[in-house]
Write a protein that binds this ligand. Structure first.
Ligand code: NAD
Ligand code: UDP
Length: 307
């Protein structure tokens, strides 16, 4: 197949591009490098079936020839980055999704919009099934991201209903692994870099808030299975193993053998208290569930950052 991937210089996008190339497909990557890096693509940049174009997908996209799939993964994705670039975040979820859907329509291609557990906001239902409509503050500090993704889902479903586009909408829960940036700001790379440098780990609040972390290899397999399924509506993809942020910090100190301590910093405003996916739908419709334990994924990620 001939596949367009937006955000292919980022963490999840680069792993998915590499996987698609290994499966024998041609991959065209569009990325404006706002948070992506050259090094994420170095393992496959010169692959004969890979092409890279530096392009902001909120602007008109022109691609020669046919496309089988359009995968829209581009977005600012770390709370630190989307706090610094709120308007770019809104634009890539709104205009970028509109442009890539227009391209999929013109090429009669299957389409994926990378959504997020953040569409549930600070959830009042636990764990979160796809039917839950969420608890998002439309004017809060995280709204630029949450609402851009909620709009992205709405415009994707509208193109499906109005134009018959064959859509896929993964709601991705916290995913981690190799190729995350050391200054990404998300909790796992932050804690690992702090532990390896012997600095204190900065736990926000008392660390009782929870997240459920999925290793990147499991996520890539979930995305692939979703694309090969018939499911047009949103599907949760994530690892239901829930940990508190304090437990995560202690685990990382233990696994790195670091002498670091833990300091507590103020909890960011509207930081979700609990998050855990209900993955019944993915299990039933995709026959997918994560296989990699948190500790095993952390060990691989620690080795990557240590290098
Ligand atoms: P990332 O920041 O590593 O990668 C995103 C990529 O998109 C970067 O390379 C960036 O340069 C690019 N990009 C951003 N705006 C762009 C624009 N206007 N034009 C072209 N390229 C642009 O983030 P990630 O963790 O790999 O996330 C990938 C996708 O998955 C995002 O859509 C994100 O919202 C979603 N997601 C990720 C997680 C997670 O835990 N990693 C969780 C939920 C959803
Ligand atoms: N967090 C933390 N210390 C840090 C960075 C993050 O305690 O140095 C917390 C953050 O406040 C949140 C959790 O870790 O409660 C996960 O944050 P992340 O930015 O990785 O993703 P989120 O799930 O909030 O989008």
């Amino acid at each position: 197949m001939r596949i367009l991937v937006t955000g292919g210089a980022g963490f999840i996008g680069s792993h998915f591009c590499e996987f698609l190339l290994e499966e024998g497909h041609e991959v065209i990557c569009l990325d404006n490098m706002v948070s992506g890096t050259d090094s994420n693509m170095e393992d496959f940049f010169y692959h004969e079936d890979f092409t890279f174009h530096e392009h902001d997908v909120t602007e008109y996209i022109h691609v020669h020839g046919y496309l089988d799939w359009v995968l829209h993964l581009a977005s600012l994705a770390s709370p630190v980055f989307y706090r610094d670039y709120p308007i770019k975040t809104l634009k890539v979820g709104a205009l970028g999704t509109h442009k890539t859907l227009g391209l999929a329509k013109a090429k009669d291609a299957k389409y994926l919009f990378a959504s997020t557990s953040e569409v549930y906001g600070d959830p009042e239902v636990h764990p979160q099934p796809e039917e839950y409509r969420g608890n998002v503050n439309p004017v809060g500090p995280r709204s630029c991201y949450d609402e851009s993704k909620r709009y992205g889902e709405a415009v994707t479903m509208s193109y499906h209903r109005k134009h018959g586009i064959d859509t896929r909408i993964p709601r991705i829960f916290n995913t981690f692994g190799t190729r995350m940036r050391d200054d990404d700001g998300r909790v796992i790379p932050t804690f690992i870099v702090q532990a390896l440098n012997g600095d204190d780990l900065t736990v926000h609040g008392d660390g009782s808030q929870t997240r459920s972390f999925c290793y990147i290899d499991d996520m890539v397999e979930g995305l692939w299975k979703l694309m090969n399924s018939e499911v047009n509506e949103p599907v949760n993809l994530g690892n239901p193993e829930e940990v508190t942020i304090l437990e995560l910090a202690e685990k990382i100190i233990d696994l790195t053998g670091s002498g670091s301590g833990i300091t507590h910093e103020p909890l960011p405003e509207e930081d979700p208290e609990r998050r855990k996916p209900d993955i019944s739908k993915a299990k039933e419709t995709l026959e997918w569930k994560p296989e990699i334990e948190l500790e095993d994924g952390l060990e691989k990620t620690i080795r990557f950052f240590a290098k």
